[in-house]
Design a protein. Sequence first.
Length: 233
Amino acid sequence: MSRIALVDDDRNILTSVAMTLEAEGFEVETYNDGQSALDAFNKRLPDMAVLDIKMPRMDGMDLLQRLRQKTSMPVIFLTSKDDEIDEVLGLRMGADDYVKKPFSQRLLVERIRALLRRQEAIESGEVATTEETKIMTRGALVMDPLRHSVSWKGRDVALTVTEFLLLQALAQRPGFVKSRDQLMDVAYDDQVYVDDRTIDSHIKRLRKKMRTVDDDFSAIETLYGIGYRYNEE
């Protein structure tokens, strides 16, 4: 039974979403501010966190930043309807996805299940025995799918599940273009719809993380109006 942490200062959302997730077979923990959640996470991490952005004591952005210092567990942000800047910032900081309020609880459940399936497959090694399970080397890039590890020029880079899948999809065929629709298929469950901007935000955050170990990283090329490709250096 997967443990889901819900962090939101709206008690109505906490109650209704917790009831839905429990009915779906999840174990649910609820917190109404970021600091309470962080205190609990320091003792025991959940399998996934669903975070509101605007909360008292510690907001979702600060909580995510603290979490990414020690874990790559899946994180979904809950954002207000017009918080486009917060959505992009959250994705760049390491959230795997976001859901806008007011939201369909069925959609939230599907996104949670999709991220948990990918996380479980990577952690357990229960990945289809194909080329995708083998250690992949592309120039300075080394990816080990079974260990969910990435290094660039010998330096480790911590990626979320979504970032890892996108980089893997691009690097598998250097020089070949992947459209945003193709990358959506890689990163998301068929029942989950995301727009082009979500993929763009993930790619921007992926580049930023690679540049933390190499300021000159430029292996991921944008082809405007078409998609992205990986150029082996």
